[in-house]
Design a protein around this ligand. Structure first.
Ligand SMILES: Nc1ncnc2c1ncn2[C@@H]1O[C@H](COP(=O)(O)OP(=O)(O)OP(=O)(O)O)[C@@H](O)[C@H]1O
Length: 644
């Protein structure tokens, strides 16, 4: 029995089961706060459907669909239901793609229409009297590129799904997959019926961040199909962190509404902060909190929740290390300083760049993010950007396999990528000579990749010149064209790819570590749905300047609001304060034991007054730079044994 399925039933679980057992079935929304067990209820409901309807579903070739926000969440839910093929658990993108992929000719029509739309948008921008001459030149180049896509697409019979759209290569990126699917679902009753017949029950977790047009398209299925279909949304509007999320789900009157008043995740101290943060949002107050068993009796876990106010300076990493040490000593908990995954310490940053800087891949990050087109930028988040692929999928694993003397792994990587080892390659030369040469080249490539001093370009050139891989034609101009020709190229990918190729390969390992979720860093947005024993929320408005959506200094009243902020608030629009509050709520509510918020500020006295005024943390839980330093040096001079 898994952890989630094994949790005791709440009233909400009973209500949900009753709703699913009704005939005809009802659709529903489950709305409740953080840690209230929404995902747990979802998993238990899947389990219930498996127990009560498996035979009937299998007979009709049907499955239960469950959509959630990240791959991590997909794997968790899928694992919770024992990887049972009765359930189709996926992200919204891959769900929608699986639904529309068979309709290739409709997709082609959609793509052609989309390119015409882009041409019209670019033309309109071009024709505006105030458009600058340089921009006009760029727009004309863009239009020419779209027109060439229109020609290539004539011969395209198959469209793929990738991280970012690249119509010229027949690739639809995340947002275009959604736009195309929504359109196709909207315009076809047949497709709506197919979806309902294939998936008679469809759950959407984290519904607050599902885009309104997707919610509307799914609602459209429930409202128009004559097939038995139940749609259920599980979410919390206070945890909406993406601007394009639906927030509150607009459910028709005849849908069931289910709620859960408890928070099962957070200890008392953290629950106090979480409730206080929410007070100025929608005012929801959660009850209970995490329990622990003492001599067989369930008692509330106290936990800890503190905020550290530290001066902005050059060495924030050293200060974060001090906070971890302080937490270790104060809480008598060695794990606060441990780098071990099992210690369950998570440092949450606002933007990936902060993690990139701390972990050692700032240049790689900047190259593929700043000024990069979305086809590249989007894929940086999950390692699917095409320039990264040969390094992540082949050269880095090859180098690691060589270093670890994993001969079998080396051979299977070479067999997959190295043309010389194909039957044609071996037939054209002397096999022992080929193997000898390859051994020397693989050793050299491992040295280059792992030494870290050369550039990505050097590594790629070495690999292709020594027959370790055949590069696809996207690389040709980067390896062959002279710098002046490349600089004059109007392909929007050129600046990003060129900058990337000039980065030191040494940054690849750190990036890979982050990507594989092996570092303690994660973004504040990326951890929704997750929970950790020890949560370190890093707030650094100065370092997070690249984004304008969130500002903790404004949230705490340390920095003034801009005119636009005031206008948005006055007009009742989503604004920086609401967005930051929601993000802060998500972060703080991840902690199952300790919460340490670390805030880097320019003026500690001002920040302290503002944080005190917010009443989010008890006064004794506000720790400033001076107190941190003083107590640490006291511990050093007196020895840690006297700390307590
Ligand atoms: N009925 C229950 N009794 C005890 N613990 C529970 C119960 N339901 C859930 N939990 C525990 O509470 C924690 C939070 O559950 P879950 O992740 O399902 O909440 P959630 O509402 O989806 O959270 P969030 O919206 O914050 O992501 C988990 O550790 C889970 O095991």
């Amino acid at each position: 029995m898994t952890r989630r399925i094994g949790q005791p039933d709440t009233q909400a679980d009973l209500d949900l089961r009753a709703c699913l057992d009704e005939r005809p079935p009802h659709s529903f929304v489950m709305v409740a706060g953080a840690g209230s067990g929404k995902t747990t209820s979802l998993v238990k409901a899947l389990d219930h459907l498996g127990q009560t309807r498996r035979k009937e579903l299998k007979t009709h070739g049907q499955r239960i669909a469950c959509i959630t926000y990240t791959e991590v969440a997909v794997n968790e839910i899928w694992g919770d239901v024992g990887n049972d093929p009765l359930f189709h658990v996926s992200t919204i993108h891959s769900f929608l793609w699986s639904v529309v992929r068979p309709f290739q000719s409709d997709l082609k029509i959609w793509v052609i229409a989309r390119i015409h739309e882009k041409i019209a948008e670019a033309q309109e921008h071009h024709d505006k009297p105030r458009t600058r001459a340089a921009t006009r030149v760029q727009l004309l180049a863009e239009i020419a590129r779209y027109q060439s896509h229109l020609q290539t697409i004539e011969d395209q019979t198959h469209f793929k799904y990738g991280a970012g759209s690249d119509f010229g290569r027949g690739v639809l990126g995340h947002s275009d997959v959604i736009a195309a699917a929504v359109k196709l679902i909207d315009q076809s009753q047949l497709l709506r019926d197919i979806i309902a017949s294939r998936y008679p029950v469809l759950f959407v977790d984290e519904s607050q961040d599902t885009r309104p047009e997707i919610v509307a398209a799914l609602r459209g299925i429930a409202e128009t199909t004559s097939v038995e279909f139940s749609l259920g949304f599980f979410g919390d509007p206070m945890q909406k962190i993406y601007a394009d999320g639906a927030g509150v789900i607009d459910a028709p009157d005849d849908w069931r509404r289910i709620t859960k008043p408890e928070n099962f995740r957070c200890p008392q101290r953290v629950l106090g902060v979480v409730n206080a943060v929410r007070q100025l949002g929608d005012g929801l107050v959660q009850t209970r909190g995490r329990m622990m068993s003492v001599d067989g009796v369930q008692v509330p876990l106290e936990g800890s929740a503190r905020i550290f106010l530290l001066a902005v300076d050059e060495d924030r990493s050293a200060k974060i290390a001090k906070v971890r040490k302080w937490m270790r000593l104060t809480n008598h908990d060695e794990r606060w300083e441990s780098g071990d995954r099992a210690a369950d310490v998570r440092a949450l940053v606002v933007v990936h760049r902060m993690a990139a800087t701390r972990l050692g891949f700032p240049n790689l990050y900047a190259a593929l993010n700043d000024r990069a087109p979305s086809s590249i930028k989007e894929g940086l988040k999950d390692g699917t950007s095409w320039p990264l692929k040969p390094f992540l999928a082949y050269l880095l694993p090859l180098a690691n396999a060589v270093r670890n003397n994993q001969g079998f792994e080396v051979m299977s990587l070479l067999r997959a990528e190295c043309h010389q080892l194909s039957s044609a390659g071996l037939a054209g030369g002397n096999a022992p000579d080929i193997f000898r040469a390859l051994q020397t080249s693989t050793e050299e490539i491992a040295r280059l990749v792992l030494s870290g001093d050369v550039t990505f370009l050097d590594v790629l050139l070495f690999a292709s010149r020594n027959g370790l891989m055949l590069l696809d034609e996207s690389w040709t101009k980067y390896l062959e064209a002279d710098p002046a020709t490349l600089a004059a190229d109007d392909d929007p990918e050129v600046p990003a790819v060129t900058a990337f190729l000039n980065c030191r390969i040494g940054e690849l390992g750190a990036y890979h570590h982050y990507l594989e979720d092996l570092s303690p860093y994660a973004t504040q947005q990326g951890v929704k749905g997750a929970e950790f024993e020890r949560v370190l929320v890093i707030i650094d408005d100065a370092e997070g300047q690249g984004q304008r959506l969130f500002s903790y200094e404004k949230y705490f009243g340390i920095a003034p609001l801009s005119d636009t902020d005031d206008e948005n608030i006055a007009a009742g629009l989503d604004n920086v304060i609401d967005r930051t509050r929601r993000l802060f709520y998500v972060c703080c509510s991840r902690a199952t034991r300790d919460l340490a918020v670390v805030m880097f500020v320019h003026n500690i006295a001002v920040a302290k007054a503002c944080v005190e005024r917010s009443e989010l943390f008890a006064p004794e839980s506000i720790v400033d730079d001076a107190f941190l330093e003083a107590t640490l040096s006291l511990s050093e001079s007196s020895g840690t044994s006297r700390w307590s």
